[in-house]
Design a protein around this ligand. Sequence first.
Ligand code: 5GP
Length: 188
Amino acid sequence: MNRKIIIITAPSGAGKTSITHYLLDKYRQLAFSVSAATRQPRADEQDGRDYYFLSLEEFQHKIRDNEFAEWEMVYEGKYYGTLKSELERIWNNVQIPVLDIDVKGAIHVKQQYPGMTLSIFIEPPSLGELERRLRTRGTETAETLQARVNKANFEISFKHHFDKIIVNDELGKACKQADTIIKEFLER
Ligand code: 5GP
């Protein structure tokens, strides 16, 4: 099998995690690419499943050793990155990595792996709706909520850099659209 990459990107709260899970459940050929991150794990998160949780020193060491396909300081002081070893692990398993990463990281991966990457941008129906979803999720403080909404506004301006755009106004419909896009990519 030739090596492929699927990137699902979106402002945080646009529903990319739900769409990613839907696709991972449906297609055995796909595998979630576990990123490295320096933020604290949330209550329900597990090291090695949701992220490889690293200290700042460990993360910086891996940057120096050129171990990342891409990395970003996604939020103030918090680093996130895709390890080359994670992509290799999945390819060696004869699967396709699915990267749930931020917009800048997505653009970098596309540039680094041209011709083998499908990039999908999930767009929230509006900023107001995005804010409402983030509030309902209950993972944010007033400051982090505002930071995420501001960042979302900026990220939406990059949507035309991606191969496909899906507006997530209704999750079921958005999943179906994603399904059609993936099916076509897998047959290539
Ligand atoms: P959260 O803290 O909510 O898990 O993730 C915050 C943001 O970081 C999300 O938009 C997520 O997609 C992004 N992210 C997660 N992993 C990576 C990564 O490896 N690289 C980049 N650039 N962004 C990531």
